[in-house]
Write a protein that binds this ligand. Structure first.
Ligand SMILES: [Zn+2]
Length: 148
């Protein structure tokens, strides 16, 4: 790979030093990114704090130290709403043979339940919305609400 000369990039649009008092928790998978941004705009939370990690909430269940990020942001940004998303065929759930387990959806839902309980202990007054991301028949990405 050719070495690139680094230069300053200046973003378009004015910088706003505020948040929407919202946290968005999702998988770090790059192809989800542009769709997540559209979802956050649609949901009215363009300035949500993002926590993007492989496996989304599954990563928190595997490493409970990650809850510190929720604890910190809840306090620092007076968080009122947390949006969490799991997605179809998430590589975080690959088994030792690099295969997605048949019961992946059940495991993701179990992790959502564990994660939700922990987050409610951290911030009992925060609303939590859970979504599952999967392509529609027309290959556009749908964000389906999960009701608890
Ligand atoms: Zn993923």
């Amino acid at each position: 790979m050719a070495k690139r000369v680094l230069e300053t990039f200046v973003s378009k649009g004015k910088y706003e030093d505020r948040t929407d008092s919202t946290i968005f928790v999702g998988c770090s998978m790059g192809s989800c990114g542009p769709h997540n941004e559209r979802f956050l705009k649609w949901r009215g939370c363009k300035l949500a704090d993002r926590i993007l990690v492989p496996g989304s909430v599954g990563s928190f269940v595997k490493d409970p130290n990650r809850y510190e990020d929720i604890r910190f942001l809840s306090k620092a940004h007076d968080v009122k709403l947390i949006l969490a998303i799991q997605h179809l065929r998430c590589a975080f759930y690959l088994d030792e043979n690099n295969q997605l387990p048949v019961e992946i959806y059940e495991r993701q839902m179990k992790d959502m339940g564990i994660w939700t309980q922990e987050v409610k202990l951290i911030n009992p007054h925060t609303d939590i919305e859970l979504y599952y991301q999967e392509p529609n028949q027309d290959e556009r990405l749908a964000f389906r609400p999960l009701y608890r």
